[in-house]
Structures are given as structure tokens and as C-alpha cells.
Design a protein around this ligand. Structure first.
Ligand code: SDX
Length: 393
């Protein structure tokens, strides 16, 4: 059960690194952040408190939390000249393309927090990245729809600030719905960190060369964009819309089982979880709650999702392959109900995961022995042979 860790000395680890941040038991469907179960954090905590826990290892006291939230709040604005980066993209650029570019460019603006050997600079870079990611994501969205950028407001909490920067327009006042803000904050928390997933391993590998933190996080964003990883939430909603009605579900289930068909059920399966993804359980509860509160609980896409989950979980193929909904299966339904286009789903995942990338980056930098460094390979190519002149080939 949770908290009981047995380590078999005979176990030959294939682990890429040591870590004390997040623990996953894929068979038991357990996800702990510094020992705290994800369902407790999602229901009792909030994103910036989880950020503090991931970064510093303990839940903050009230004074520590107030100081941390104030430091994050004071770094939410971007250097005004960074607006030129957004305006350099085509309007139809995917927001992930913009995020990769703008976050990488941060190293050209925040020189005083790029020296990875300076603990204070590492701390400032960490706060800047967590604080500015909502502004970057929101401005990427505003740019894509041709609306003016909305600046952050210091009196708003983290999730409310993001919603307002996405949905407010100068022509009218915008009041953040506390229900949407709570749902947004919970989605941030559910995506905050996830052990050594592909994008986190990318950040660790990039950091092992001593590259600056902004370049390393940009590398993580690029990796997360893939449809097999963070891009799955967008791909999943597009799949659910393509299915359209419950009567078409059997057709898609048989395609997912057909080895000759590259189609996979998006939002299903996981490299580690082989029982259930505890985040999907919380996300499904959130979907019911948010859609009911928004008065769209009869959303046909939600009905298709629930029926697809039911039929897939009853299908022996998926049971045998241990496939079930993952964190991405329901998140898109909530985000669309909140007003986001599918193109914003992965940027929201990237925004949420920034604290996980930064926490794991700090952990690796603090322990030089704990680096992925330089992976080796199993060479299966030709043995040594002499060059053949072209006239003899
Ligand atoms: C995330 O690592 C992380 O922690 C990632 C993440 C995080 O928080 O960072 O959790 C976020 O990336 C979640 C996953 C989002 N991706 C998707 O939902 C895309 C659809 N899922 C698949 O692409 C797939 O399940 C993967 C990539 C997630 C896992 O791929 P694997 O390792 O091949 O899955 P597996 O070993 O469990 O597969 C077992 C079998 C395979 O068949 P065989 O080769 O044994 O015959 O099941 C098949 C797979 O082909 N399979 C699927 C399937 N996923 C796996 N068949 C149909 N539909 C699927 N979704």
C-alpha cells in the first residue's frame, strides 16, 4: 500500500536517475508527490501549494505559502519587448510552437537567472518560469484569435489570472467564475509532475549539458507536444468528435484492436500505469462537476467518452493489454466546456508541468552524480569494413 516501499537489493535498476519528488506504482495506480497521494492534493490543496511541495519537499506553513505566492505573483509579467516574438508568428501558428519559441527566448531576456551554478539564479529562474508560463500561454491564445494581450493582475490567484488573460477583452469587464477557477486549478495540479515521463527526461538530459534553464524547459515543451505524450488531450477530443455518436464506438474499438491499423484510442493506455491512472479518476469526477455547473452535463461528447470507456473496459483486448483511460481522456472535455479551443489543451498541460520540469531540473543540478548524462546504445550495425571506391560498387 501507499508509503510501503520495498527495495529488492537484487533488483537491477534500469532507472535513469534517482529522485525523491514523485512516486508511481503503475500496478496499484498510486501517484505520490513527496509522499502525498494525488487525490488528496487535488481535493485539499491548490496548485501553487503543490508547486511549493514539489520544489522544496514539504507542505508550506501559512507564512511560507504567502511568501511563495507573492514571489510568483511579482513575476507574472513578461518583458514588454517579448511581445515582438508573438507578433512575429503567423496568426495560425500552433500555440505550442509559440510557447517553444518564447520560452527558449527567455534566456535572451533574463540573463540574471541563467547561470545554473548559482543557487540564487536557479531559484529566480524557477519562480520566473512558473510565474510567466500562464502569461505566455494566454498571450499565445490571444494572438491566435487576433485579440489584444491581457496583462496579469496581482490581486488574482494563479488560475483566475490565467482565465482572465485568456478570456477578458478590453470592451467589457470580466469576472472570473470561482467554479471555473477551481476546476482550472485542479487541472494544473493533476498535470504538475509525473516522474520520468518523456518530457521530464528531455529536460533532465538537456540540463545535463549545463544548458540554461529556459532552453531546457523549451526542450521539454517541444517533447510534450507529441500526440503520444502531452498532445494526446487534443488528439483525444478530436477523436471523440470524430466518433460523434455512441453507435459508432464499436467501429473505433475494432480499429484500435487491428494491428494493421495505426489508429490508437487517444487518452487510453500508459507506459507505466497498468491498472488505472489515478489522475483520470479525479479528472472524470471534475468533468461531471464542471459540466453540470456549466449546464452542459448532457454534453454529447461526454456521453460518447463515458460509453467508449465502458465498452473498452468491458472488451477482453483492452483488459488483456491493461489499457484504460489516462489523464488525457477527460481533460479535453472539461477544457472545451470552459471555452478553450483544442489547440490550447497541450499548452495548458505544458503550463501545469512546468513546476515538475523545474523541480526535477533543480534536483538533478543539486546532485551532479544524478545526471542522465549520456545514454549508451546497443549497436546492431555492420562490423568494421574497408571503404569501396565508387567504380567498384
Ligand atoms: C501521457 O509517461 C508519462 O507519465 C506520460 C504522462 C505524463 O503525465 O507525463 O502520463 C502523460 O503521455 C499519457 C499518455 C497519453 N498518450 C495517449 O493517450 C496516446 C494513446 N496511448 C498510446 O499511444 C500508448 O498507450 C502509450 C504511448 C501511452 C503507451 O504506449 P505503449 O508503451 O506501447 O503501451 P503499452 O506497452 O501499454 O501497450 C501495450 C499494447 C501494445 O500492443 P502490443 O504491441 O503488445 O500488441 O497495447 C497497445 C500497444 O500497441 N496499445 C494500444 C493503445 N495503447 C497501447 N492499443 C490501442 N489504443 C491505445 N491507446
Amino acid at each position: 500500500q501507499a508509503g510501503v516501499f520495498t527495495y529488492d537489493p537484487g533488483f537491477t535498476s534500469t532507472a535513469s536517475c534517482d529522485s525523491t519528488i514523485t512516486y508511481i506504482d503503475g500496478d496499484a495506480g498510486i501517484l505520490l508527490h513527496r509522499g502525498y497521494p494525488i487525490d488528496q492534493l487535488a481535493s485539499k490543496s491548490h496548485y501553487l501549494e503543490v508547486c511549493y511541495l514539489l520544489l522544496y519537499g514539504e507542505l508550506p506553513t501559512p507564512a511560507e505559502l504567502e511568501d511563495f505566492e507573492s514571489r510568483v505573483t511579482m513575476h507574472t509579467m513578461l518583458h514588454e519587448q517579448m511581445m515582438n516574438f508573438f507578433r512575429g508568428f503567423r496568426r495560425d501558428a500552433h500555440p505550442m510552437a509559440i510557447m517553444v519559441g518564447v520560452v527558449g527566448a527567455m534566456s535572451a531576456f533574463y540573463h540574471d537567472s541563467t547561470d545554473v551554478n548559482d543557487e540564487w539564479q536557479r531559484e529566480v529562474a524557477s519562480i520566473r518560469l512558473i510565474a510567466k508560463m500562464p502569461t505566455i500561454a494566454a498571450w499565445a491564445y490571444k494572438y491566435s484569435i487576433g485579440q489584444p494581450f491581457v496583462y496579469p493582475r496581482n490581486e488574482l490567484d494563479y488560475a483566475s489570472n490565467f482565465l482572465r488573460m485568456c478570456f477578458a477583452v478590453p470592451a467589457e469587464d470580466y469576472v472570473v467564475d470561482p467554479i471555473l477557477s477551481r476546476a482550472m486549478d485542479r487541472i494544473f495540479t493533476l498535470h504538475a509532475d509525473h516522474e520520468q515521463n518523456a518530457s521530464t527526461s528531455t529536460v533532465r538530459l538537456a540540463s545535463s549539458s549545463g544548458a540554461n534553464p529556459f532552453a531546457c524547459i523549451a526542450a521539454g515543451i517541444a517533447c510534450l507536444w507529441g500526440p503520444a505524450h502531452g498532445g494526446a488531450n487534443q488528439a483525444c477530443l478530436e477523436m471523440l468528435k470524430e466518433i460523434g455518436t455512441p453507435d459508432r464506438i464499436p467501429e473505433f474499438i475494432s480499429r484500435a484492436k487491428d494491428k494493421n491499423d495505426p489508429f490508437r484510442l487517444m487518452g487510453f493506455g500508459h507506459r507505466v500505469y497498468k491498472n488505472f491512472d489515478p489522475r483520470a479518476t479525479v479528472m472524470k469526477e471534475s468533468a461531471d462537476e464542471v459540466l453540470e455547473l456549466l449546464g452542459v452535463d448532457n454534453n454529447p461528447i461526454l456521453q460518447v467518452a463515458k460509453e467508449l470507456e465502458k465498452q473498452a473496459l468491458e472488451d477482453p483486448y483492452f483488459a488483456e493489454k491493461k489499457l484504460f483511460p489516462n489523464v488525457d481522456f477527460y481533460s479535453g472535455i472539461i477544457l472545451e466546456a470552459m471555452g478553450f479551443p483544442t489547440s490550447m489543451f497541450t499548452p495548458i498541460f505544458a503550463l501545469s508541468r512546468t513546476v515538475g520540469w523545474v523541480s526535477q531540473w533543480k534536483e538533478m543540478i543539486a546532485d551532479p552524480q544524478n545526471k542522465i548524462g549520456r545514454p549508451r546504445q546497443l549497436y546492431l550495425g555492420e562490423t568494421t569494413r574497408d571503404y569501396v571506391d565508387i567504380e567498384n560498387r
